[in-house]
Design a protein around this ligand. Structure first.
Ligand SMILES: CC(C)(COP(=O)(O)OP(=O)(O)OC[C@H]1O[C@@H](n2cnc3c(N)ncnc32)[C@H](O)[C@@H]1OP(=O)(O)O)[C@@H](O)C(=O)NCCC(=O)NCCS
Length: 329
């Protein structure tokens, strides 16, 4: 009989392959900073210089699950994977359409996913996609042989929980969804580190059932900034130690796309090459859990991702949650 020690020793050797990514953006089209200038006392100049964001998308009629469905269909078609082959579907989101059922369960019907597949939403805020990938890897080990694939999404509609009279928050976020199809692999090493640091629940939160006014984002920007520029290098270093690599060995670093200045700080602090760090937040703003897979999607569409390349994804969010993973593309 296999011992617990043997199981633990085998675990790091179980890699993960991302077969494909897909995405979906609200049909209403991009919303430039000039639109927000009409709602709050802000300016395009302020938003671009403090964040790098030029535009984002907001859903008009569309719901989270509709974005999720479109992103999942694109990823599955690109991967050549049928609904019946999916063993687990995880949706990372802090903005589900309803408290329940989960976006994942709603996707089951829309995509025709099997009844014995595991479906649930998870809320690890902006680090949610990374938590999702890590969790899906573990669930795949127990999936039936005919369902070897995981569908992991980050799907968000922050526009539903933004206060459009609060200039501190409403200029930062955007809606969007992205999905990845994954399978366990012996050839594609995968390492991850995840955690959370609950210094202060008031720094970044979205009100809920216990609050007078549910569904509103609040943030202390500078505190979040400080956390981000500390935790990103910390998690990348922890990850590199775990996999025995140097930053110079990594082809791409995909940070959670919250703010250009956060990424620049990290590049400087880590003495990294700026071109290692992909940035697309100028087009989408902060799409929370969707930001990392949306970045992977854009990189793939731009031909930047080649099989065999080493990609670090690193995220942080309300909680504060944090996480990083090394994918071998
Ligand atoms: C939010 C953030 C862009 C603000 O930038 P900042 O340089 O820290 O700006 P401050 O908070 O110091 O505010 C400076 C001034 O700009 C003002 N300001 C805030 N938002 C503004 C806006 N949209 N337009 C114009 N002025 C704004 C503030 O009121 C403040 O004015 P004051 O000096 O008169 O009080 C920055 O702190 C940040 O990116 N933090 C991290 C946020 C984040 O990543 N959140 C998501 C995590 S998943």
């Amino acid at each position: 009989m296999i011992t617990l020690e043997a199981m633990r020793a085998a675990w790091p050797q179980i890699g993960l392959r991302m077969l494909a990514v897909g995405h979906a953006l609200p049909a209403a089209g991009p919303v430039p900073n000039s639109y927000l200038e009409k709602l709050v006392d802000t300016s395009d100049e302020w938003i671009v210089s403090r964040t790098g964001i030029k535009e984002r998308y907001f859903c008009a009629e569309q719901q989270n699950v509709e974005l999720a469905e479109a992103a999942a269909k694109e990823a599955m078609a690109r991967a050549g994977v049928e609904a019946g082959q999916i063993g687990v579907c995880l949706v990372a989101t802090f903005t589900p359409d309803r408290q329940s059922p989960s976006v994942a369960c709603c996707l089951q019907q829309r995509l025709g996913l099997p009844e014995d597949a595991v479906m649930f939403d998870m809320n690890a805020a902006c680090a949610g996609f990374l938590y999702g990938v890590q969790t899906a890897r573990q669930i795949l080990l127990a999936a039936p042989a005919e369902r070897p694939y995981a569908l992991v999404l980050g799907s968000e509609t922050p526009s539903r929980v933004l206060d459009f009279t609060d200039r501190n928050t409403c200029v930062l976020f955007g809606d969007g969804a992205a999905a990845a199809v994954l399978e366990l692999s012996a050839e594609n090493p995968y390492y991850a580190v995840c955690g959370s640091r609950t210094d202060n629940e008031q720094m970044l939160f979205c009100t809920g059932l216990a609050d007078d006014k549910p569904g509103v984002v609040h943030m202390q920007g500078q505190e979040v900034f400080r956390f981000a520029v500390d935790i990103i290098p910390h998690s990348i270093e922890q990850l590199l130690t775990k996999c025995g690599l140097q930053l110079a060995d990594i082809d791409h670093v995909v940070c959670h796309q919250a703010n250009n200045r956060i990424i620049s700080h990290v590049v400087k602090k880590m003495h990294a090459r700026p071109e290692q760090f992909f940035i697309n937040l100028q087009h989408y703003g902060n799409t929370s859990s969707a930001s990392i897979p949306l970045a992977l999607n854009d990189m793939w569409e731009q031909g930047l991702l080649q099989r065999g390349q080493k990609v670090i994804c690193v995220g942080f969010g309300a909680g504060f949650t944090w996480g990083a993973c090394l994918l071998t593309w």
